[in-house]
Design a protein around this ligand. Sequence first.
Ligand SMILES: [Zn+2]
Length: 280
Amino acid sequence: MWSLDPPAITARHSYDACVGATKDPGRRRLLLAAGDSVEAASERFRRAAHSGTLHELPGTGFTVPGIPAEEAVRWVYGNGMVNTRNGRAIYDQLMAAPADERCPLCGHGVVRTLDHYLPKRMFPALCVDPLNLVPACADCNHAKGESLPVSAETTLLHPYLDHIDNDPWLTARVVVTNPVWLEFYVSPPPTWGPLLADRTRHHFELFGLAELFAVQANRTLNNIRQHLTTVLVAGGRELVRAYLKDEAATRLAHRLNGWEGVTYRTFASDDTFCSGAFSL
Ligand SMILES: [Zn+2]
């Protein structure tokens, strides 16, 4: 939903760094011997991700050879990446990628964890593959859970691979009820094909972004209502609109599809709102 540069760390480098410090010699030997197989699994993952066929990946074939899935995740990800120095350095580097610690999945929450794009329990061979590790806020991590793409249309946007930041796709409309509120939705630009539009809508729905953004817009309105009232009395509807447009412009220049800028832009474009419906 909000793009990140793909990690420069290779899957093999990450795996070797994570398992290389395993204390038990027998376990370390077993893990290191699985390196080629893990690397091959990562390559299959990459090919599928780039060709839009992640939904066709089988639920098998992504194990760490000779190690049950639960143990592989515990040894490689839990012990190897989260709790040892070399692995933790990679973890921290991936976590630090988003500007302002902003979750790339919702564009709002604070990054708290690494989300496994393909669930680690079903794809243990990818449990420390950087391409499969997306920094995320706790809400998005929870909302996604172990969901899997079941079709091309239900394949979630991937921050490392899907770059839609420069296309205006987020929009909203003012709903004049009491209280007034904003309804956010995906409005795909004409340059998009139907698949990208469907994937973006699916992403928007799975993470509950319409509700999240509406709540934030409502808070924004509560914070500026008194000022809008003053401006309306002083200069009427068009002065209210000019203020809101200015506020929108600086936010949209920073993030074209941020809820902040879209909120102000939507307020500014609505005659009823600018004429005083913000008081409802
Ligand atoms: Zn989030």
